[in-house]
Design a binder for this molecule. Structure first.
Ligand code: MG
Length: 290
């Protein structure tokens, strides 16, 4: 099952697909008039999801909607894992040993402010004059379906509502200059997500998905989620020890090698570039630098 947020006749609407994204139905036509995706995630039951197929009759033609980020306005900052793929650790250390080097016996967690997430085909500002090293990071994002507190690794995946793609856009000059990564990751438009939320039953093993990123159709990142250092269940469990992760929480699980700062010489994004992140079984997320 795939859940979408889209603009239909100037209204923000929730849609669902029961056939891998080929046909979309308005949730309100299926008897579910949620205010937004945050409310859907916190409210919908397993039984209600199972029953959606019974009422799915009148599909919405593709020309009648434009996809937005599945959660355009996250309730809280997005939680991110840093340096969670070995080869990315090597390239980051090469770019700035001071910022990214050293031993890391424990997972790096940080967050990014997301007032509004650009969706598929959405724009990312280049912030020329402020940012001289704009970079992309294709990542698998996990969305929690219920509040998680002190969850064991064994139970952790039971808390997952679904998965989407996030491009963890980063201003390397701000990220390294300020030591804390928060500012360099949190400018408006820096967290595109989409195209949909895929439920775990449809996605299968979240640690066996091809993940890639292309800039102007040139492939830069090409890896698999099996190479994550900290796993999805490990991150949920560790983060939830003493901290309640609310339903709707988005966790970005880190990016593989191939980002712009890892190239020799580094090669950053500029206005006019097209960036496409792809994850197997979820789809693709294309954004434009403006
Ligand atoms: Mg990242």
């Amino acid at each position: 099952m795939r859940f979408y947020t889209a603009l239909c006749q100037q209204q923000e609407e929730l849609l669902v697909s029961l056939d891998g994204g080929k046909t979309l139905y308005l949730m309100k036509d299926l008897g579910h008039d949620y205010q937004d995706m945050n409310q859907l995630i916190a409210s919908i039951t397993k039984q209600e999801m199972d029953d959606l197929a019974i009422k799915a009759i009148f599909a919405v033609p593709a020309e009648e909607y434009r996809l937005l980020a599945p959660i355009p306005r996250p309730r809280q900052d997005v939680i991110c894992l840093g340096i969670n793929y070995d080869e990315h650790a090597v390239e980051a250390d090469r770019f700035s040993p001071d910022a990214f080097g050293g031993q890391r016996p424990y997972t790096i967690y940080f967050s990014k402010r997301v007032s509004y997430s650009p969706g598929p085909e959405g724009e990312v500002p280049a912030y020329e004059g402020l940012v001289d090293s704009l970079d992309y990071e294709a990542e698998l994002a996990v969305i929690l379906g219920r509040d998680a507190l002190n969850v064991s690794r064994e139970e952790a995946l039971d808390y997952v509502f679904g998965y989407t793609i996030v491009n963890d856009i980063s201003a390397r000059n701000l990220q390294t200059r300020h030591k804390q990564w928060y500012l360099g990751k949190s400018l408006d438009g820096f967290t595109p997500t989409g195209p949909c939320i895929v439920t775990p039953d449809e996605l299968g093993d979240c640690h066996n998905l091809a993940i890639s990123c292309s800039v102007n159709d040139e492939k830069r990142q090409d890896s698999n989620t099996r190479y994550m250092i900290q796993t999805v269940e490990g991150a949920i469990s560790e983060l939830s020890q003493g901290m309640t992760l609310q339903a709707g929480t988005i966790i970005a699980t880190g990016t593989p090698a191939g980002v712009g700062m890892g190239m020799t010489p580094p090669c950053f994004l500029k206005a006019g570039d097209k960036v496409t992140c792809r994850i197997e079984k979820i789809g693709s997320l294309t954004n434009y630098i403006v």
